[in-house]
Design a protein around this ligand. Sequence first.
Ligand SMILES: NC(=O)C1=CN([C@@H]2O[C@H](COP(=O)(O)OP(=O)(O)OC[C@H]3O[C@@H](n4cnc5c(N)ncnc54)[C@H](O)[C@@H]3O)[C@@H](O)[C@H]2O)C=CC1
Ligand SMILES: N[C@@H](CC=O)C(=O)O
Length: 396
Amino acid sequence: MNAIPRPRLAAAPKGWVPAPLPSTAPARLALLGIGTVGSALLQRLAQWQGTALGERLRVVHVANSRQACSDGAGLSPLAAAQHLHAAGRPAALDAVAPALAGDGARIVIDATASDAVAARHAWWLAQGIHVVTACKLGQGTSVARWSEIRAACARGGSVYGDSATVGAGLPLLRSIRGLQAGGDRIHAIAGVLSGSLAWLFHHYDGLRPFSGFVRAARAAGYTEPDPREDLSGEDVRRKLLILARSAGLALEAGAVEVDPLLPAAFAALDRCGVDAALPQLDAPLRARHADAWKRGEKLCFVARLDCRAEGAPSARVGLESLSPDDPLRGGGGTDNRVAIWSDRYRGQPLLIQGPGAGAQVTAAALLDDVLAILRAAAQAAGAAKNASIGCGCRKT
Ligand SMILES: NC(=O)C1=CN([C@@H]2O[C@H](COP(=O)(O)OP(=O)(O)OC[C@H]3O[C@@H](n4cnc5c(N)ncnc54)[C@H](O)[C@@H]3O)[C@@H](O)[C@H]2O)C=CC1
Ligand SMILES: N[C@@H](CC=O)C(=O)O
């Protein structure tokens, strides 16, 4: 099967003017990870150069797993990767906070899949450094780490931007939080939460080998750096945990029942071994596809959280065969499709659908979170100024 070419970022339309932001000192950004998502983010930033948005954002540090480079005056987004390869020094997470020192909001953007980076989120937040992340290992692993992040935000007065962690920026977390802010309880959530698995099951025809589709999804940048994270259901487990926790449930990872697509033996393989072993998936998936097809059904990898019964909520993740009238079936490409039931959406759920993976949407979601932090900082500064003016009036 041919690999899908990675889409290039289209040029901004002629005459395009970004929405204005209130005036503050430029934010200082440290970008960790310049792979699929990080590179798209740098491209998007490069498009903004010379605009009001670009003026407000200064990339002062970039790093991959091996090298890092910093410049307090700002690195050119397009030249940053080249600069890293030519003049980078060994990457060290201890160097990130000092590199951000200066005026303006300090923001770490995590575009890695690194547990070591996720383990630092709380520390940065507690120092007043905002964290914007595409990586789910901060909020989607243990309850202890999730709680630590929340406590660190409160301690540091900082913001955790997590829009990119579920649905690659689709309005999922925002909708759940919005419903709760409006007094609703979340009753259940069900949906296709993996962009790569959605893409796989939208394209898999039961004729060509499933393993070839997995390689194509990896080449397109939809899978995790290690596609086992997707095929094992772990990535979807993390997303379901993030959704559940945003709905106020301190669900432990072990409370989610996961039915993986991968045999357990894959866990012991190295990256090359994984690729060679992928054809082991072909026969079982051909059989499951044929079985579903006979009944007019479609295979989808679904996550379900249900809080409606008495007692502990039930949470599970796995491959399901969906009938034609199932609300979770539908969409195309990398589409995620998620149904949310709450006090106001009891019978018919709120349905949210759209691309759930891909470099451009994920990078855009990260930068949306960055800009939201800037707007909040500017509003806070404005409110403080008004308060001091008001105070002065009372004194005179
Ligand atoms: N690819 C996608 O469609 C989406 C990805 N994400 C998340 O975005 C993150 C990045 O994904 P990709 O860009 O696809 O992965 P990638 O493998 O293309 O890039 C990862 C980058 O992180 C760097 N890295 C690893 N450890 C590091 C460390 N300690 N310090 C600095 N850099 C480090 C690597 O060198 C590489 O540059 C993952 O957490 C993924 O779950 C989220 C939504 C969608
Ligand atoms: N590998 C993930 C990427 C986005 O989170 C997925 O397939 O959804």
